[in-house]
Design a protein around this ligand. Structure first.
Ligand SMILES: C[S@@+](CC[C@H](N)C(=O)[O-])C[C@H]1O[C@@H](n2cnc3c(N)ncnc32)[C@H](O)[C@@H]1O
Length: 256
C-alpha cells in the first residue's frame, strides 16, 4: 500500500497493512462476498481507506476534519476508486448520527482513540457499527515507545513524566493527548464485547534508527522491514512499540 516514491512510509504501515489484509481476506472467504462494507472511523485522508478500496471493497470514512475529507476525495479519485469511497463528516462519539449501526464487515479505528473524549465509549460505538460477524482493526499510540523515544533523545525528565502520567503524556507540549499499553487496549476491545484475535507492536525500531542508516546502506530498508515484521508478533516488543495494533473479532466471526 505504501507510496513507491516514499519507500520509508512502508516502515510505518507494513505490519498493520499485512494484518489487516489477511483479516479482510478471511472475512471475504467466510462471507462468500467479494466486496465487503468497511468503515474507517477517523480515516483522515485515506491512508488505509484508499488501499482497502483498491482491493475492491466499499469504504465509508467518518472524520471530523473537512480538510482531511477533501484530501480523501482527491486521493480516491487519483487512485480510481472514487465510486467505492465515501467520506462523511462526523466523529466517533456521534457515529450513528452519520452511519448505520450493525452494517459493516470490517471497522478501522487507526490513530483515533488517542484523541476521543472517552476511549471506552468511542470504541464501543465503533464496534457497534459491526455486523454480528465482523472484525475490528484498532491502532493506537503505545506508552512504552514514547518513553523510550524521549529517553533516547536525551529528554529524561519527559520520559519519566510520560511513565508516571495517567495518559502517558511527556509534557504540555506533547501533541498526543493519550497513549496506551497493550493491556489497556485489549481491555477496551474486550470491554466492547469482542474477542482479541491478535496484538502486534508497530514501529518497534523504525522511529529510533537514524534515517541515514536506512537510506544509504543497500538492502537496509528491506532488512529493517523484515525485522519489524518478526518483532511485531513478540509480546516482549509490544511494550516498546511506537504503536500497538489490536485485531478484534465478534464472537461469531471468531468461530467462523
Ligand atoms: C492521526 S490521524 C489518523 C488518520 C488515519 N486513521 C490514518 O491512520 O492515517 C487522526 C484522525 O482522527 C480524526 N479524529 C480526531 N478526533 C476524532 C473523533 N472524535 N472521532 C473520529 N475521528 C477523529 C482526525 O481528524 C484525524 O483525521
Amino acid at each position: 500500500m505504501s507510496d513507491p516514491m516514499r519507500p520509508r512510509a512502508a516502515l510505518r504501515t507494513a505490519v498493520v497493512w499485512e494484518v489487516l489484509q489477511e483479516a479482510i481476506d478471511r472475512r471475504v472467504k467466510a462471507t462468500g462476498r467479494e466486496s465487503l462494507d468497511v468503515l474507517d472511523t477517523g480515516g483522515g485522508s485515506g491512508n488505509f481507506a484508499v488501499p482497502v478500496a483498491r482491493l475492491g471493497h466499499r469504504v465509508t470514512v467518518v472524520d471530523p476534519s473537512p480538510n482531511a475529507l477533501f484530501a480523501l476525495e482527491r486521493r480516491a479519485a487519483e487512485a480510481g476508486v472514487a465510486d467505492r469511497v465515501q467520506g462523511v463528516q462526523g466523529d466517533a462519539h456521534g457515529l450513528f448520527e452519520v452511519v448505520e449501526r450493525g452494517r459493516y464487515d470490517v471497522v478501522l479505528c487507526h490513530g483515533v482513540l488517542e484523541y476521543v473524549d472517552d476511549p471506552a465509549e468511542g470504541i464501543g460505538n465503533v464496534v457497534a457499527a459491526l455486523r454480528s460477524e465482523g472484525v475490528l482493526s484498532l491502532l493506537a499510540s503505545g506508552l512504552g515507545g514514547a518513553v523510550l523515544a524521549r529517553a533516547l533523545a536525551g529528554h529524561f525528565k519527559e520520559a519519566r513524566q510520560a511513565l508516571d502520567d495517567p495518559d502517558g503524556r511527556w509534557g504540555t507540549g506533547d501533541p498526543v493527548p493519550r497513549r496506551f499499553t497493550a493491556d489497556q487496549l485489549t481491555a477496551l476491545v474486550e470491554g466492547a464485547g469482542l474477542a482479541v484475535a491478535a496484538v502486534h507492536g508497530v514501529r518497534v525500531f523504525a522511529d529510533l534508527v537514524p534515517g541515514v542508516l536506512v537510506d544509504t546502506e543497500p538492502g537496509a530498508l528491506e532488512a529493517l522491514l523484515k525485522l519489524e515484521e518478526a518483532a511485531a508478533e513478540l509480546p516482549a516488543f509490544h511494550s516498546v512499540a511506537t504503536q500497538l495494533h489490536v485485531l478484534g473479532e465478534t464472537r461469531g466471526a471468531a468461530e467462523a
